[in-house]
Ligand binder design. Structure first.
Ligand code: UT7
Length: 312
């Protein structure tokens, strides 16, 4: 038996904010944002739409895709750094909304790598046969901690949610290997300030990311005796196209085999990997039996990667 993804779904708010819109509020240009980050527009949730609302919508879709009922869930893990409230958790909020009455529920905070942490935590419960079905959601409403006067950060971020259901899959399919890591000494490079703003030393985070993402990709494939030539598809955290390209170049795979949603969504933090995965599946980019690598990094500093063989 393997442990794999048996359903996916995502949700992004309707409200689109373009680079041109941002030109009106900070000293920036569409040209700068596109060329330095790859971002063209992002989705920003309305005031009355919080993380739990977005998480719920993505979760509903993932459950439908997995063809299971909410009552079949044994656990809900929500990766987020922007919960509606510190407690109750977003996981408890959506447990109630979904009617997942048999599910344990908690949030996981590992910033943009949170979804990887959530997924691997879920895997352990299923592998030990303690649980059968676990919903893992990545959601962030970064707009509520964005300093809209800081051009270094406000142009990068967006809101959204992505979800997967993990369950048993056939032998040889599902998660093949993983890597999770953290370096608390880099905490000051990316954090939430006392004023509740996201603060980032972009250059330092960039340097860390272009080193860590390619390395983590290689680590997870080498752990299972695969070569970079065996990788069919890459789903990187969507923080900056130049960072994503560093990972793609290390694996030496063509552009069309890397998930790219950053142009439409910006950096969705915990949600970016499951959104990119869900869209890739919708677009028929991933086939049964493909070796897929998911990789992310974020504040903490944290990082995580997974190699999996797609299919049930
Ligand atoms: O989810 C994980 C968290 N975040 C990330 O992964 C972000 C990692 N870092 C990055 O993606 C990049 O470092 C940035 C996109 C944040 C910045 O790109 P960069 O190429 O590293 O630019 P820089 O920080 O070296 O800044 C170059 C110049 C600076 O001006 P001076 O000092 O050279 O005069 C900045 O002030 O660009 C300026 N700048 C801007 N100009 C126009 C910074 N932000 C902007 C802006 N518009 N929005």
């Amino acid at each position: 038996m393997g442990v794999g993804i048996i359903g996916t779904g995502h949700y992004a708010p309707d409200n689109i904010v373009t680079n041109k819109d941002l030109e009106k509020i900070v000293d920036t240009t569409d040209e700068w944002i596109r060329s330095r980050t790859g971002i063209e527009e992002r989705r920003i949730a309305k005031d009355d739409e919080d993380s739990s609302d977005m998480a719920y919508k993505a979760a509903k879709r993932a459950l439908e895709d997995a063809s299971i009922k909410a009552e079949d869930l044994d656990m809900i893990l929500v990766a987020t750094v922007t919960p509606d409230t510190p407690f109750p958790s977003v996981a408890c909020m959506i447990q109630e909304k979904l009617g997942a009455t048999n599910a344990a529920a908690m949030d996981v905070a590992a910033a943009c790598a949170g979804f990887m942490y959530g997924m691997i935590t879920a895997q352990q419960f299923i592998e030990t046969k303690a649980y059968k079905h676990i919903l893992v959601v990545g959601v962030d409403k970064l707009s509520k901690i964005t300093d809209w006067t800081d051009r270094n950060t406000c142009v990068l971020l967006g809101d959204g949610a992505g979800a997967v259901v993990l369950g048993e899959v056939s032998e040889g399919k599902g998660i093949l290997s993983f890597e999770l890591g953290a370096d608390g000494s880099g905490g000051e490079e990316l954090y939430q300030s006392k004023e509740d703003h996201l603060v980032m030393n972009g250059r330092e985070v960039f340097k860390f990311a272009v080193r860590q993402m390619p390395q983590s990709c290689m680590n997870v494939i080498e752990k299972v005796g695969l070569q970079k030539e065996d990788v069919d598809y890459l789903v990187p955290h969507q923080a900056n196209i130049r960072i994503m390209e560093a990972a793609r170049n290390r694996l030496d795979i063509p552009e069309e085999r890397m998930a790219k949603t950053i142009q439409h969504y910006g950096n969705n933090s915990s949600a970016s990997i499951p959104i990119a995965l869900s869209e890739s599946l919708q677009n028929g980019k991933i086939n049964d039996g493909d070796v897929v690598v998911l990789v992310g990094f974020g504040g903490g500093l944290t990082w995580g990667a997974v190699a999996l063989r797609w299919g049930k």
